[in-house]
Ligand binder design. Structure first.
Ligand code: ATP
Ligand code: MG
Length: 213
C-alpha cells in the first residue's frame, strides 16, 4: 500500500487530533463514536485511520500495521518504544502521572519510616522506576482501570494514576501527594515507514508541527 494508516484511540485522543489532521488537510469521513467502524476513510484516498485501544496504538505502529499513531507518554513508557520514532510532542491530552492516597494517610511519614507500601496501578513500569529511584519499597498490584477504588476497599495504600482536574480523586476522597511526571501525547512513526514512505509522512509531520498549540 502506497498510502498511510494512522492509529488513533477513540475519545479524547481522536477529538484532540482532529485539528492537527485538519492542518494537514485530512478530514475523517466518520466519527468512531457513532459509526463503530474500526477503519475510517478520510477525504484523502491515500490516508486512513484505524481505531484501536489507547494502549494498543504503539503495538500497531511497531509492527507496521499502522505507519503513524498518537499515544500518551504514559502508554509509550509502558510499551517501551521499540521500533518507534517519537518525533513530536503534540501537547494534547495533557495530564500528570501522580501518586495518590486516601485523605488522612500520611504518605511522607510512611515513606520516611521505610514502610513497605502497596501500590495499585495500570502503570507498573513507570511506578516501579519511580519508587526505585526514591528507594521506597513497594508491592505493585496491576489493575486495568478504576484505580481510585483500590485504596477505598483495602486493596492498596496508594495508587499511581493520571490526574487532570483532580475531580475524580476528590470524589473518592483521595489526594495527589506526588507528581511523577507530566504527560501528553506523542506522534509515533514506524521506523521502516519513515524511510520508505518519507514523501507522504514528512509533509504530515511538518503540518502537525506547525499546528501544535
Ligand atoms: P480506556 O479508557 O480504553 O481504558 P485509556 O484510559 O488508556 O483506555 P483514554 O482515557 O482515551 O484511554 O486515554 C488516552 C490517553 O489520554 C492516555 O493514555 C493519557 O495519555 C491521556 N489521558 C488519560 N486520562 C486523561 C485525563 N484525565 N486528562 C487528560 N489526558 C488524559
Ligand atoms: Mg480512560
Amino acid at each position: 500500500m502506497n498510502g498511510i494508516t494512522i492509529a488513533l484511540s477513540k475519545g479524547r485522543i481522536f477529538e484532540e487530533t482532529l485539528p492537527l489532521l485538519a492542518a494537514a488537510g485530512i478530514v475523517p469521513t466518520e466519527n468512531p463514536e457513532s459509526s463503530r467502524k474500526l477503519i475510517i476513510e478520510t477525504n484523502r484516498p491515500d490516508v486512513r485511520v484505524v481505531i484501536v485501544r489507547a494502549s494498543d496504538v504503539p503495538t500497531y505502529v511497531q509492527y507496521g500495521a499502522a505507519d503513524l499513531g498518537i499515544a500518551g507518554k504514559d502508554v509509550l513508557l509502558e510499551h517501551g518504544g521499540q521500533g518507534l520514532y517519537q518525533p513530536l510532542d503534540l501537547k494534547i491530552a495533557a495530564c500528570r502521572m501522580c501518586v495518590a492516597v486516601p485523605v488522612g494517610f500520611d504518605y511522607a511519614a510512611a515513606v520516611r519510616s521505610g514502610a513497605r507500601l502497596r501500590v495499585a496501578t495500570k502503570y507498573i513500569h513507570t511506578a516501579r522506576e519511580h519508587f526505585a529511584a526514591k528507594s521506597v519499597h513497594v508491592d505493585l498490584i496491576k489493575l486495568y482501570g478504576s484505580m481510585e477504588l483500590a485504596p477505598l476497599v483495602g486493596l492498596a495504600d496508594a495508587i499511581v494514576d493520571l490526574v487532570s482536574s483532580g475531580s475524580t480523586l476528590k470524589a473518592n476522597n483521595l489526594l495527589a501527594v506526588e507528581e511523577i511526571m507530566k504527560i501528553s501525547s506523542r506522534l509515533i512513526v514506524n521506523q521502516a515507514a519513515q524511510k520508505m514512505k518519507r514523501e507522504v509522512i514528512q509533509p504530515l509531520l511538518d503540518a502537525f508541527a506547525g499546528a501544535i498549540q
